[in-house]
Each structure stands twice: as structure tokens, then as C-alpha cells.
Design a protein around this ligand. Structure first.
Ligand SMILES: NC(=O)c1ccc[n+]([C@@H]2O[C@H](COP(=O)([O-])OP(=O)(O)OC[C@H]3O[C@@H](n4cnc5c(N)ncnc54)[C@H](OP(=O)(O)O)[C@@H]3O)[C@@H](O)[C@H]2O)c1
Length: 326
């Protein structure tokens, strides 16, 4: 008898026409900020196929985005539907100046809090819309970080191949240098790659095409504040921590996440690889209850939270594919 397929592969949707235009405009806005060329005055922009964004004369129609130095980016009110949702979701993630830093963690988990089966299968816990979202996040960050176990289990490429946008630098946390050189991130040359190990770990300065970066460690745990500082010094200021659970948890536990996104899929795994895991609190009142935005993402629900912000504030939206809930 043939073995049942271990996971159901679902086609990843591409962005619809309006959302694709909004995405290009968003990339245009992102690059204006990264280059430090955001206008000093309030300016309204239309989408432009070639440039992403085109400044508009005051009375012109067809506005998509408005920039105001004191309040940042706003979506023009006639913009609705998928394009609106996409802009609502990603605009608050854009920087306002080239030096602004961001560390964002994301996990896609089952209703019962697992990100993979016990054997490490995670294709696909969340749906295709969430996979597309991961590619969008990669395009809006300088570096994508994953733990050694994710590279061991998934052999991911960590590129932006589903959306327009630059590939981020790939950063693999492998303190003991246990990963084999055959993994794709060390071979395919699709983007610069850093292998992060604990200081003092023996071995050559490269693994395949990856450069080795040694950072201080304590009892086998990498000092993540030192890692973040080392990445910032290299000009990698916007960091996307894509998994797995141990890695995102260690960034969250170290107080280093500006944003934590958890996509919850209508799936029950039963027993598997944990998503977030933090030290036990003494009381429910000691638990983090961060301000949160909530989006529908296909069949999944995305919680976009700010773990370091005060509770009660609003953290910063998305159609049968992607819709803001609140
Ligand atoms: N659904 C999702 O969103 C998602 C995303 C990514 C991955 N996954 C799945 O999740 C599973 C992997 O997740 P995981 O939680 O088991 O492992 P992981 O986070 O991918 O990797 C954990 C390992 O990375 C290294 N590491 C991470 N943080 C470190 C730190 N602060 N200091 C030192 N080392 C650190 C350690 O390597 P050593 O063990 O060598 O010390 C650690 O054991 C896979 O099955 C993958 O398919 C799911």
C-alpha cells in the first residue's frame, strides 16, 4: 500500500492586481525611508508601476498613500479591499528613518499551540496566505534569522521568491556548528548568509558560502543582545526571527522583540514541537498581555502584538484572503 503523503501541499496564491500594486507602492515607501529620502513636508503619493510611488500635486486624484512627518504613513480613504488590507498590515512596520531598528518574531501554530509535529514536519501548519506573508516580511527586513533545528528539519531557502523585493541576509543560529554544509542556505548563493556560533567554537571561518560569526555565549546559549548588536553594526537593522519555537522564544524571553506575530491555524496537532515557551509566571497578572492587532489571513488568524508596549494601547489590517478583524 502506498504511504499517505505526509502533508498536503497547497498552492500559494499570488497577490491580486490591486494588492500587487499596493505591495509595489509599499516597497517604494520602504526604500524611501531606508535611503533617508522621505519628504520633510506632507506629501500624497499615487502608485507608479515603475517607481512604486509617484508624488502627486495637491489637488490630484488617485492617491494611495500620504506621508506626514509627524504622523507617518496613512492610507488614502478611497483605497479598499485587498489593497487596503495589505497596506493596513504592513504600513506600521515601515521605518521612519534609515537608522530605525526592528526585531520581529513570527510563528505559525496549531490551535493547540504547536508549530510542527513531533517529528518536525511543519509544511504546512498555516495556510498559503500566511506563507505569502512570510515572504512579504522577508522583503521588508534586512535579515531573516532561524534556529539550527529549522534548517535541519526544513532545509529552507528563506528568500522572497513569491513577491517582488530583495532577499534578506540569512542568519542561522547554530551555536555548536552541528549543521552539515549540504543545507541549501550554505550552498545556493541566493543571499549572503551568516552562520552564528558560540565564541570559541573551533572550525573554519566559512561553511560553504556562509560566513561564520562568533558571538559570546553563556552555558551554550548565545547572547542574543550581543548578536543583535553585531547585526546592527553590519547595517542589518531590521531583523525577522522566523522560527522555530525555541529561537523565537529565546528572543522574546530576552526582551528583544519589538513585534511578535502568531498565526493560528484551525488545526489540532495533539503533541508536537512547541511554539512559544517562556518561564512560568507566578500569577496570571504577571503574564504579558500586549496590545494586539488581529487579521484574518485565509483560514488562519494573525495576532500582531507589541510585547514591549504597555497593555491597552493599540498596536499600530487584510479579505477572504486577508481582512482586518480589529
Ligand atoms: N510553524 C512555524 O512557524 C515554524 C517556523 C520555523 C520552523 N518550524 C518548525 O519548527 C521546528 C524547529 O523548531 P525548534 O523550536 O525545534 O528549533 P529552532 O528554534 O529552529 O532551533 C533551535 C536551536 O537553534 C539554536 N538556538 C536557537 N536560539 C538559540 C540561542 N539563544 N542560543 C543558542 N542556540 C540557540 C539551538 O541549537 P543547538 O540545539 O545546537 O543548541 C537550538 O536548539 C522544525 O520542525 C521546523 O519545521 C515551524
Amino acid at each position: 500500500m502506498m504511504a499517505a503523503p505526509s502533508a498536503v501541499a497547497r498552492p500559494v496564491p499570488s497577490l491580486g492586481a490591486e494588492a500587487a500594486t499596493a505591495w509595489l507602492a509599499l516597497l517604494g515607501a520602504y526604500h524611501l525611508a531606508r535611503r533617508g529620502t522621505l519628504p520633510a513636508d506632507t506629501v500624497t503619493f499615487a502608485a507608479d508601476e515603475r517607481l512604486g510611488l509617484q508624488p502627486l500635486a495637491e489637488a490630484a486624484t488617485g492617491a494611495l498613500l500620504a506621508w506626514a512627518p509627524e504622523s507617518g504613513w496613512q492610507v488614502a480613504s478611497p483605497v479598499q479591499g485587498e489593497a487596503r488590507a495589505l497596506l493596513d498590515l504592513y504600513l506600521p512596520l515601515l521605518p521612519r528613518h534609515p537608522g530605525e531598528t526592528l526585531t520581529l518574531g513570527h510563528l505559525g501554530q496549531s490551535l493547540d499551540g504547536y508549530i510542527a509535529t513531533a517529528r518536525g514536519e511543519s509544511c504546512f501548519v498555516t495556510g498559503p496566505e500566511n506563507i505569502l506573508h512570510l515572504h512579504c516580511l522577508r522583503a521588508l527586513c534586512d535579515a531573516v534569522l532561524v534556529g539550527a533545528e529549522t534548517v535541519a528539519a526544513d532545509d529552507p531557502r528563506l528568500t522572497t521568491r513569491l513577491v517582488p523585493g530583495d532577499n534578506p541576509v540569512r542568519v542561522v543560529l547554530d551555536p555548536r556548528r552541528r549543521l552539515p554544509v549540504e543545507r541549501r542556505v550554505f550552498q545556493d548563493g541566493a543571499a549572503p548568509t551568516l552562520l552564528v556560533c558560540a565564541e570559541g567554537q573551533p572550525g573554519p571561518g566559512r561553511l560553504g558560502q556562509a560566513e561564520v560569526l562568533a558571538v559570546p555565549a553563556h552555558q551554550g546559549r548565545l547572547r542574543l543582545d550581543a548578536l543583535v548588536a553585531a547585526l546592527h553594526r553590519r547595517g542589518l537593522r531590521r531583523l525577522f526571527v522566523e522560527g522555530g519555537g525555541l529561537t523565537v522564544s529565546s528572543f522574546l524571553g530576552a526582551g528583544l522583540l519589538d513585534r511578535l506575530q502568531v498565526a493560528v491555524a484551525p488545526l489540532l496537532i495533539g503533541t508536537g514541537r512547541r511554539g512559544l515557551s517562556l518561564p512560568a509566571p507566578d500569577a496570571l497578572g504577571d503574564c504579558l498581555r500586549p496590545p494586539c492587532r488581529v487579521f484574518r489571513m485565509g483560514a488562519d488568524i494573525l495576532f500582531d502584538s507589541e510585547p514591549r508596549a504597555k497593555p491597552g494601547g493599540e498596536a499600530g489590517g487584510v479579505s477572504p484572503g486577508l481582512a482586518r478583524i480589529r
